[in-house]
Design a protein around this ligand. Structure first.
Ligand code: CP
Ligand code: NVA
Length: 316
């Protein structure tokens, strides 16, 4: 199905946004179309307080710049407010259970919870007991909100998603997982190019392959061939110990000028950020003409406003 033919309904079946595994192609299109509409309204300076009076709680067990600021600004622009709960400041950080935390938050009229944490199972536990939608703001396994922003960015740039080839180079991490799932569902060909020992999770690869065209390879030349979108992410994700072995294994997968020269001039470079120039990407690429990483970062705001609107508008 072509995204350009999709007619938005303003509705979504899912209550939570835990992983894109649970989202159909139509639901992803619904989010992207809503994001485009909300972005247009914001750019035109039109008021759009669709979530007036609603509160988003944001729980952070890991650092964040983009997720923190874009969700907080997003809920404000939608007429609501945000409550930022850093793990170290709340009892969750001192061992209170996720179940008890959810049951307590249920009593305070919270309309949505965004959580950034380690284990996907913690997110699922929160969703099990929460009376309101849970939004994954990054776990060790997935980063769905980032990929929604990425798809929005690619759609805006190319005017389509279907049939494009996206190659991810580097660590087979949460970004690789969500890109494979999201990209496959919207009809892209996604290639995850990683070295032995740093491949993506095999079960997630299999799940993504059941949704569409997903390839895993260690061959950089195969991955870059006819590529429209080139993507990379940090060597060391939050919570991972640094090791020289991993740097050595991932260096041949660095996105640099030589790699970009093998792709078409019309290809674009994406990175979820934060970036480590000189590690997974060189300065000439991330600060070069084919890089659209700051459009991508901006789109976190618009994509997440769409997620909040679609998930939270009917709560209560
Ligand atoms: N891309 C991303 O999630 O950035 P932050 O870690 O700054 O939120
Ligand atoms: N893979 C990175 C993504 C940061 C947005 C991490 O988990 O730290």
């Amino acid at each position: 199905m072509d995204i350009r033919m999709y007619k938005p309904t303003g509705k979504i079946q899912n209550k939570h946004m835990l992983t894109l595994r649970d989202y159909s192609t139509e639901e992803i299109y619904e989010i992207l179309h809503t994001a485009v509409a909300l972005k247009q309204k914001q750019r035109a300076g039109k008021k759009h307080a669709y979530l007036a009076g609603k509160t988003l709680a944001m729980i952070f067990s890991k650092s964040s710049t983009r997720t923190r600021v874009s969700f907080e600004q997003g809920i404000k622009q939608l007429g609501g407010s945000a409550l930022v709960l850093q793990q170290g400041d709340i009892q969750l950080g001192r061992g209170e259970t996720i179940r008890d935390t959810a049951l307590v938050l249920n009593r305070y009229g919270i309309d949505g919870i965004m959580i950034r944490t380690y284990l996907q199972s913690d997110l699922e536990e929160l969703a099990k007991y929460s009376a309101c939608p849970i939004i994954n703001g990054l776990t060790d396994d997935y980063h769905p909100c980032q990929v929604l922003a990425d798809l929005l960015t690619i759609y805006e740039h190319f005017g389509r998603l279907e049939g494009l080839k996206m190659a991810y180079f580097g660590d087979g991490n949460n970004m690789a997982h969500s890109l494979m799932l999201g990209g496959a569902k919207v009809g892209m060909h996604v290639v995850c190019c990683s070295p032995e020992g740093y491949m993506p999770n095999a079960e997630i690869v299999q799940a993504a392959q059941q949704c569409g065209n997903v390839t895993v390879t260690s061959d950089v030349n195969e991955a870059i061939r006819d590529c429209n979108v080139i993507y990379t992410d940090v060597f060391f994700s939050m919570g991972q110990e640094k090791s020289p072995e991993k740097v050595a294994a991932l260096m041949p997968y660095q996105v640099n000028g030589a790699l970009m020269a093998k792709a078409d001039k019309s290809a674009v470079f994406l990175h979820c950020l934060p970036a480590h120039r000189g590690e997974e990407v060189t300065e000439e690429v991330i600060d070069g003409a084919q890089s659209i990483v700051f459009e991508e970062a901006e789109n976190r705001l618009h994509a997440q406003k769409a997620v909040m609107y679609l998930l939270m508008k009917n709560k209560r």
